[in-house]
Design a protein around this ligand. Structure first.
Ligand code: ZN
Length: 194
């Protein structure tokens, strides 16, 4: 089994064991492995040194992520003009499964995203509906029409279609598993005016 397959397996076990994730979307039954070239980013190169304690239930995903990191296609959707140089040094994500992921699915899109401490992921929005599930660390989430919340390890937060949202990380790195469902699943987030 490849390291990326092991990561998928760890994410599947977490997804299936977490009622909030299963209620949001069942684990996709149409996954097929794709040939995806690894692509590093600054975060991937330091992933081994990052303090990501997680919890008992999220630790297998964190360990599998660390192991698979050199084989993953790390992405950064935004330009330096949009988010600044520091953000790009300490942020990156992987589309594990979905329309363009390591495993193809047309039913659900699943990401793992990493943000370093002290970052503001400014107001952005996307058509797809989204559920964030915290794998390690904590972050403050703000969204139009919803109360601000501090999301801790093991906690989830949903955003509806085109709902602008913002995230601030605190003194620790923040690692999340996020799923997208519904219309616009193949799209990208865009920065929006607050
Ligand atoms: Zn989002």
């Amino acid at each position: 089994m490849s390291r990326v397959q092991r990561l998928l397996d760890a994410v599947r076990k977490l997804h299936e064991a977490t009622p909030e994730l299963m209620a949001y979307a069942p684990w996709p039954d149409d996954l097929s492995a794709q040939q995806v070239m690894p692509h590093p980013c600054p975060v991937a190169q330091t992933m081994g040194d990052r303090k990501l304690p997680g919890s008992r239930s999220t630790r297998p995903v964190i360990q599998a992520l660390r192991a698979a990191t050199p084989d993953l296609e790390w992405r950064q959707t935004y330009s330096e003009a949009e988010v600044g140089a520091e953000f790009l040094q300490t942020y990156g994500y992987v589309e594990l499964f979905g329309p363009g992921g390591h495993f193809r699915s047309r039913k659900l899109r699943g990401y793992i995203g990493f943000w370093g401490p002290g970052l503001t992921y400014d107001w952005h929005a996307h058509e797809a509906e989204e559920l964030y599930f915290t794998l390690s660390g904590n972050a403050v989430f703000c969204a139009h029409g919803a109360p601000n919340v501090m999301l801790r390890t093991g906690q989830a937060r949903a955003h509806h279609s085109n709902q602008p949202h913002l995230m601030v990380t605190l003194d620790r790195p923040y690692l999340a598993y996020a799923v997208w469902r519904g219309a616009g699943m193949e799209g990208l987030p865009k920065m929006v005016a607050s």
